[in-house]
Design a protein around this ligand. Structure first.
Ligand SMILES: [Zn+2]
Length: 273
């Protein structure tokens, strides 16, 4: 039996189908991922075309039948289509969409993923934050929301303050320098700025996740660690990430143990610290 449903959602993928149709992948407000068939949407002058473009957030009226969704009506709420005008920001959005899609499914709602994606798109459209910082913050917070949060509040071994902080992508925890020496293995000495930024990204309210600044070399260290953390814990690569790196940002190398310390140049401008 078919039924009518109304949802709000963000289009994160489009796949053309047939001569005039298109499938869109939508992250809904309630945090699930659905596929929606948009019949005739590629016809010239199609009434709903502008509301269901890539990176548009819209109110959708759908027919649901046997777990399949067909678009019936749509009203645009916010368009982030502008990001497609800047190739680097566009490449980053495609990577964010691929990551968010991987972390979402049709059964287990993760509303924070949809909200994080909307705030990331807003940050990229506003152009106030350096893209590598937006990227790092999105990666780390997304992984955390999906159940892969690293432990940074206390030393993962002795439970004390992790000072100076040492971090392991594989272990997913910070430890104090004494425990790192005792445990052995690959630990990266975090700069004060990197450590503060990572704590901010994980602990701040979603609207403030991208509200921080960070100078070099900490920004480079943060970028390398967040990307490394994402690739390690998702256990895969991303074509969209390779494309992003091929454009402007060379792939980052995770700093060796003992390098990149110092810092303290991190700053957050929210009230969530
Ligand atoms: Zn310790």
């Amino acid at each position: 039996m078919q039924q009518h449903i109304n949802i709000r959602g963000l289009v994160i993928r489009e796949v053309d189908f047939g001569d005039q149709d298109r499938y869109i992948t939508v992250l809904t407000d309630s945090g699930v991922k659905i596929e929606v068939l948009c019949r005739g949407i590629r016809r010239k002058g199609a009434r709903l075309a502008a509301a269901v473009r890539l990176f548009c957030y819209a109110e959708l009226t759908l027919y649901e039948g046997r777990g399949k969704y067909t678009l019936n009506d749509a009203a645009l709420l916010s368009s982030f289509w502008d990001v497609t005008q800047d190739i680097e920001a566009y490449a980053l959005c495609c990577y964010f969409a691929e990551l968010a899609s991987l972390m979402s499914d049709s059964d287990e709602p993760l509303p924070a993923v949809t909200r994080l994606m909307l705030y990331a798109l807003r940050a990229l459209c506003d152009k106030k934050r350096p893209l590598p910082l937006v990227k790092a913050a999105f990666e780390l917070r997304l992984l955390a929301e999906a159940g892969f949060a690293p432990q940074l509040e206390a030393c993962g071994a002795c439970g004390g303050e992790p000072a100076p902080p040492m971090f392991s992508i594989q272990e997913g925890t910070a430890v104090c320098a004494a425990c790192a020496r005792r445990l052995g293995g690959a630990w990266t000495a975090l700069s004060g700025g990197t450590f503060a930024a990572m704590r901010h990204i994980l602990a701040s309210g979603l609207p403030k996740v991208f509200s921080f600044s960070l100078g070099e070399p900490s920004a480079g260290q943060l970028g390398a660690l967040c990307e490394g953390y994402t690739l390690y814990h998702t256990e895969r690569g991303f074509a969209s990430l390779d494309f992003y790196h091929s454009l402007f940002q060379p792939a980052m190398v995770v700093p060796k143990r003992g390098k990149g310390a110092g810092g303290g140049e991190g700053r957050t401008d929210g009230q969530n610290r």
